[in-house]
Design a protein around this ligand. Structure first.
Ligand code: JDQ
Length: 273
């Protein structure tokens, strides 16, 4: 997979050289190129921003440097015979970046990222490239960053670990929470390793019991406990068929009961407390 990133802070993308993404690059599964947007400015001050039409605070990134940068990055890629590019535009007003979208992006041969600063990029730039290629405007969460670079690192790491051969076998065959199509998207419960006693704290007995069935049940119950506590929305949108008899028992102990349609809904008694 080829990745191009156009930014006014190329040094912010240095982490792409290390760890998982760095290994993927070293192995040849990933070819990353970071470009300085200011290389496509021609005035003395390398201007990339200007005041917003309609007034208001802050500055907006100008059309021309983005247009020239993207035209060249795209032309170079087409010349090298790469597949169809997709543009990935981090923005707080984008569609939520999910594991499902990470899988979709990981199946593309070539991603071009446009992390902005200030109040974002003049809208005409996205509108223009959207006539030529798929454009993904993505938000990595409901909080406000100062620019898109951190979002590029997040998206890149989520995508890179899905590329064939990037993770070791042990890691790659685990079934992730949030894997699309998983029956129940539950959060994972706690994990433990040696030593068996640390600062007076032991390991749950069941994990030392050797009873694989009981261990699996305990893990499932812990997953249900964590999910109801931190992400009740995941329980509410679950297919009721995802819960077996024991799951229902556990959910009931946690204060959840099925509504008439079968979906799980928090018990009224708990809401009123
Ligand atoms: C940019 C900004 C508009 C703040 C400029 C470029 N999930 C997520 N949060 N924040 C971003 C993404 C993000 C992405 C790119 C960005 C923020 N800013 C600052 C722009 C309104 C508020």
């Amino acid at each position: 997979m080829r990745l191009d990133v156009v930014t006014i802070f190329p040094e912010y993308l240095e982490p792409l050289n290390v760890s998982l993404v760095g290994k993927a690059r070293a192995r040849g599964s990933l070819d990353v190129h970071v470009h300085d947007l200011r290389d496509w400015t021609y005035d003395r001050h390398n201007t990339v921003d200007d005041t917003p039409y309609g007034g208001g605070p802050g500055m907006v990134m100008k059309t021309e440097p983005w247009g020239e940068a993207l035209d060249q990055v795209l032309a170079d890629g087409y010349e090298a015979g790469r597949g169809a590019p997709a543009l990935v535009v981090p923005t707080p007003s984008g569609r939520p970046f999910t594991q499902e979208l990470a899988v979709e992006l990981s199946e593309r041969p070539w991603l071009v990222f446009t992390p902005a600063r200030y109040e974002g990029i003049d809208r005409r730039v996205v509108d223009e490239y959207a006539t030529r290629m798929p454009v993904y405007e993505v938000s990595i969460g409901d909080y406000v960053l100062a620019g898109g670079e951190a979002a590029v690192l997040v998206v890149t790491e989520a995508v890179a670990r899905l590329l064939p051969g990037v993770l070791g076998n042990a890691e790659s065959h685990r079934d992730d929470s949030f894997a699309p199509g998983a029956m129940a998207n539950l959060l994972e419960g706690p994990v433990y390793t040696k030593p068996p006693r640390w600062r007076g704290r032991g390991i749950p007995d069941v994990l030392l019991s050797g009873h694989h069935g009981r261990i699996a049940r305990w893990r499932r119950d812990e997953a249900l406990r964590r999910t109801t506590a931190h992400r009740p929305d995941l329980i509410e949108r679950c297919d009721p068929a995802a819960f077996d008899k024991k799951d229902r028992e556990t959910l009931s102990i946690l204060g959840w009961a099925p509504e008439p349609g079968g979906r799980f809904w928090r018990k009224v008694e708990d809401v009123e407390e």
